[in-house]
Design a protein around this ligand. Structure first.
Ligand code: KG4
Ligand code: ZN
Length: 338
């Protein structure tokens, strides 16, 4: 069964064809990073206009790279939330138009659920990174604990089966990716912040003491105190940007890894599944793999950040469960999971 996935929730215009919920046949991503970089962050109005310009060529490229005509596709999976309303609208309307013209069924995918399903995608043949897929990609065992760490979310979610999600914890303020982006701005490291902080940290020493919000007795996260501490420090004294980046990254990773493993042990889950842009951070993934007694699945970096292959994989399981959407599917910018 081949699914066309479409993703336009934020600043990536993406389309992919995935077979049987796991095999990537094509995976096209048009990034808007260069366009938004000059503003230091995503400008929603520009993002939606850019999606309008690129969505049709991106879908066409995904279809042609898959060597597929519409008769080869069995369904369309489309992200309908959470995300930027104007951006989501472009993808949802294109998906509905294709469905109407071809008669194919569509299914609306929660972007966060989509991120989790990156763990079902089988290793693309060009993935040579030894730490990814180390624990058996696609071999997910329930119940598992999903840590979704992206620009807008830091959620801990227990997954008991396909489509069965229970939220265990969330961020009380800044999301993990948002904290990386803000730290990069404070340190003058540029945009997007996550990769910039990770890069700077490779030559820095984590010698600056920064606070960690453990929030004992809760599975929630909080990163705003850490960000504010870094801001005060940068105002007060001349600090090395690389040492500050390494110290900040260590503080975020200590909390994400520590609290996730603690929750996984408490709940006796079989696996930990990472997903979301921050899960492409190598320092974080190495720490998880080195310190977790419970197997950790980690998609390769380009499947952690926004893509449509994960949406197609998730859509496959929706269709398997009989969950198609009707043509009145609408965007839900504040959609949550679990
Ligand atoms: O999942 P994603 O691509 O989009 C959202 O759904 O938000 O995540 C984007 C976030 C950004 O905040 C970005 O700074 C962060 O993921 N990120 C990283 C890294 N790569 C991307 N954070 C830390 N280290 C990285 N290498
Ligand atoms: Zn995302």
């Amino acid at each position: 069964m081949k699914i066309l996935g479409i993703e336009t929730s934020c600043d990536e215009t993406a389309a992919a064809v995935v077979a049987d919920g796991s095999k990537i046949i094509s995976n096209i991503i048009a990034s808007q990073i260069d366009i938004h970089a000059r503003y230091g962050g995503i400008v929603p109005e520009i993002a939606s206009r850019q999606h309008l310009l690129t969505i049709i060529p991106v879908v066409q490229k995904a279809m042609s790279e898959a060597n597929a005509g519409w008769q080869d596709i069995d369904g369309i999976a489309i992200t309908y939330g959470p995300g930027l309303a104007g951006s989501l609208l472009v993808g949802v309307n294109v998906a509905k138009a294709i469905a109407l013209a071809t008669g194919l069924p569509i299914t609306g995918v929660n972007h966060l659920e989509g991120h989790i399903y990156a763990n079902w995608l089988s290793s693309p043949s060009n993935c040579s990174c030894p730490i990814h897929w180390a624990n058996g990609a696609g071999k997910v065992r329930f119940p598992c604990l999903c840590l979704i760490i992206s620009g807008g979310h830091s959620d801990l979610i227990v997954m008991k089966g396909h489509g069965q999600f229970e939220k265990l914890g969330r961020t009380r303020d800044d999301a993990a990716g948002e904290a990386f982006d803000k730290a990069a701005r404070i340190l003058g490291l540029g945009y997007p912040g996550g990769p910039a902080v990770e890069q700077a940290a490779t030559t820095g020493t984590p010698c600056i003491p920064l606070p960690r919000a453990w929030l004992k007795g809760s599975h929630d996260f909080s990163f705003s105190g850490l960000k504010t501490a870094l801001w005060h420090l940068a105002q007060k004294e001349q600090i090395s940007a690389t040492d500050a980046a390494a110290s900040f990254q260590l503080a975020v990773v200590d909390v994400l890894v520590g609290k996730t493993i603690e929750a996984a042990k408490e709940l006796q889950v079989k696996q930990i599944l990472l997903s979301g842009g921050v899960a492409s951070n190598k320092f974080l993934t190495e720490r998880f793999l080195n310190s977790s007694p419970i197997p950790v699945l980690i998609p390769p970096p380009d499947l952690c950040t926004d893509n449509a292959a994960m949406v197609a994989a998730c859509g496959y399981y929706h269709f398997q469960a009989g969950n198609a959407s009707s043509y009145d599917l609408d965007v839900v910018p504040s959609l949550s999971l679990g």
